[in-house]
Design a protein. Structure first.
Length: 451
């Protein structure tokens, strides 16, 4: 769903209240007055109850309160701006909230978590938040937010095609044709601001790989496909293996494809590397005679989100210290038979949508519990079943490289005993490694540093 469809000028207000309860009341006044079946008092109780169980503060002075109710439309979004700031218990160091986006969603809205995540991702951009808070009028705020929701602020800047880049483009197209490649994979983070690959590689199917989500500015589909993969390395094509994995799980490419990849050092504004990847050969050891990397019950977006959280933990650690942790995704019925709790399960008793890894408010929760010994057990639909689980599985068939400890051994073993995918963040090297059927696949470099 395109976000600009749920924004309306009439539901954007200047907030007068100094606390979150008063601010929510103001937003409900402007958002549900036209809908007699929606009761503001009931909605307010639901919003405040969620605040009491999980903070909706996102940082940067932004809060995203939300609740699901039975109503006649999929979404209602109300936005409030405060010049002086609203007190929010979830904010760190009593930081005032200056922008509140209140989302009401119908109980049957299937893309609820995706919409919530898209909103959260958008308003985590400091430059956008600053422009909204400092907008001279609410009309200006509406226009800026509408443009951002429509993807206008997310479009990459067209990079300069210098002599070397033009040469690399020509050679990439020649190699792709000569090697019978089905697509050209372009690593857009080579350029500051990204690129629009269709304007460079117009003759062939292109797949853009980038850290930043790119949305279309019109109602038509882009000719190029976009794979969002985070990378914190300056090594050439450091995102390649993760990008290939994500593309495979989404069905963007197949095992029989051959892909021509073109990229360079992130932020260098210069293509300098061409690589031809035979997909089946690249992942042959991981497949072990099978042709399915992704377990049947695991959604592609869930695996992508777990990889993203694991990568962030590998780079950022926790409170300046390196963190090691284990994620086990999928086939939870069998996985649970091979685990026992090391601590009381911190996720027990919460609603499934509140403890879903796709929920943007789960990021900090997962990172906070990452220091607990044991594994996160995650269902294929993203629901976090438990944390601090001891894996009781053994694998005598796959020998791990020297230097890998019990966490990697447990990850390998459980991936053999069940139809799951396990991911390990190494506390000593900062490397993120994926295991499937006991075979390991490093997804990141060792000793990564954030840019």
């Amino acid at each position: 769903m395109r976000l600009e469809k749920i924004i309306a000028r009439g539901r954007i207000v200047e907030l007068r209240s100094a606390d979150i309860k008063g601010a929510l009341q103001e937003l409900l006044e402007v958002s549900v007055s036209r809908f007699p079946d929606l009761k503001p008092e009931t909605l307010l109780r639901g919003l405040l109850q969620r605040e009491s169980t999980m903070t909706t503060y996102l940082g940067e002075g932004v809060s995203l309160p939300h609740v699901r109710v039975k109503m006649g439309r999929r979404y209602i979004l109300a936005i409030g701006r405060s010049r002086t700031g609203v007190k929010h218990d979830g904010a760190k160091d009593d930081e005032p909230v200056r922008l509140i986006l209140m989302l009401l969603a119908d109980e049957k809205a299937r893309d609820y978590l995706q919409v919530l995540a898209s909103l959260a991702r958008l308003v985590k951009e400091p430059e956008l938040v600053r422009s909204l808070v400092e907008a001279p009028t609410l009309d200006d705020l509406y226009e800026r937010l509408y443009a951002a929701f429509g993807g206008l602020l997310s479009r990459p800047v067209q990079a300069q095609q210098n002599r070397t880049n033009r040469l690399m483009i020509r050679e990439a197209e020649r190699i792709a044709q000569g090697a019978n490649c089905s697509a050209i994979m372009v690593f857009g983070d080579t350029f500051v601001g990204g690129i629009e690959p269709d304007t460079w590689f117009g003759k062939r199917r292109t797949i853009l790989v980038t850290r930043n989500l790119v949305e279309s500015t019109d109602g038509e589909e882009d000719e190029s496909e976009v794979i969002q993969v985070r990378s914190f390395s300056n090594q050439r094509l450091a995102q390649l293996r993760s990008a290939m994995l994500v593309a495979l799980t989404r069905g963007v490419i197949t095992f029989t494809d051959r892909i021509c990849c073109v990229g360079g050092i992130a932020g260098s504004n210069q293509f300098d590397t061409l690589v031809v990847v035979d997909v089946e050969r690249e992942f042959q050891t991981l497949l072990t005679g099978q042709n399915d990397i992704l377990p049947e019950d695991v959604k592609p977006e869930v695996l992508e989100r777990v990889i993203a959280v694991a990568t962030e933990l590998a780079v950022e650690g926790r409170e300046g210290r390196p963190v090691g942790c284990l994620f086990v995704v999928g086939d939870t019925t069998k996985v649970e038979k091979l685990t026992k709790p090391l601590v009381l399960n911190p996720f027990f008793g919460y609603k499934e949508e509140d403890r879903n890894i796709l929920n943007p408010f789960m990021d900090e929760t997962v990172k906070e519990f990452s220091s607990i010994d044991g594994a996160f057990v995650i269902r294929g639909d993203g629901v976090v079943v438990s944390a601090g689980s001891l894996i009781q599985a053994t694998d005598n068939e796959h020998a791990l490289p020297s230097g890998l400890g019990s966490r990697h051994a447990a990850a390998a073993a459980v991936s053999v005993a069940t139809e799951c995918i396990s991911l390990v963040v190494s506390s000593s090297t900062g490397q993120v490694t994926l295991f499937r059927r006991g075979v390991m696949l490093p997804l990141t470099d060792k000793k990564m540093t954030a840019p």
